[in-house]
Design a binder for this molecule. Sequence first.
Ligand code: NAD
Length: 258
Amino acid sequence: MDDGIVRDGIKPGDVVVVTGAGGGFGRAFCNRFGRAGAKVAAWEINPQAGAETVAQVKAAGGEAQFFQVDLSDASQIAKAVEQTLAAFGAPYVIINNASIYPRATVIDMKVEDWERTLKVNITAPFLIVRAFGPHMLKQKRGLVINIASGRGVEGAPRGANYAASKAAILSLTKTLALEWAPHNVRVNAIIPGVSMTAQPLENTTPEELLARGKKEIPLGRVGYPDDMAGLAAFMASSDAAYMTGQAVAMNGGRVLVP
Ligand SMILES: NC(=O)c1ccc[n+]([C@@H]2O[C@H](COP(=O)([O-])OP(=O)(O)OC[C@H]3O[C@@H](n4cnc5c(N)ncnc54)[C@H](O)[C@@H]3O)[C@@H](O)[C@H]2O)c1
């Protein structure tokens, strides 16, 4: 670059915190950043899934540690923050990726399902960025990537809880980007399209999902975890140093109606 601007991006040895690290996208984020030389803090409720992710990162020569945490519990989040800081130091990237999606109509939804969904999907990201924030702001470099959903824009029949949480994380992305821009900590969101992971398969079969991708997605297929990991890697790179407060759809060309 010959414009004299210093563009910061992720460097080997930087710390990446990934929530829901045992799932489809979460594991791909861990593997992608692990291969690039990051220290990966794999946060996950399911110990087998978290351990498998860490094993994959290590098998490829990367560095990773599993932190067991139930994101619906504020005290467990506080503990995982302390453990991560003690093990690795302040993160360069936080990926708020974990979510749950208990399905029911508004009339039938249990209040407990509404409340747990909001706790895991939006209160946890809020608590996590608050806890790590002072450490990141002090470094004057860093990035938060919030994983949203088209449902947060379009709504979701039998998923008012999930849709509300995803609209909220888009909003949190905007506010946090404005609050942290003066400190050179960027905040962006990814809006994945329907993808081949466990979450949509709670509600359909792999065959139906593939057929839906062929029929409904302009590029003719569903998304895959590596599609999202590629975008996250770009967001963390110096090429995205001027990008903050943005929500980027990675969805094969579906038009999201606001
Ligand atoms: N897959 C899709 O089609 C799709 C589409 C749009 C958005 N998304 C979003 O992408 C993100 C990742 O989704 P995915 O498809 O990989 O889901 P997934 O279900 O495969 O993985 C989610 C992971 O989060 C973990 N988790 C759940 N509750 C937790 C808790 N209380 N504490 C800690 N960890 C917990 C799960 O154990 C799992 O490993 C989510 O935010 C999801 O809403 C997915």
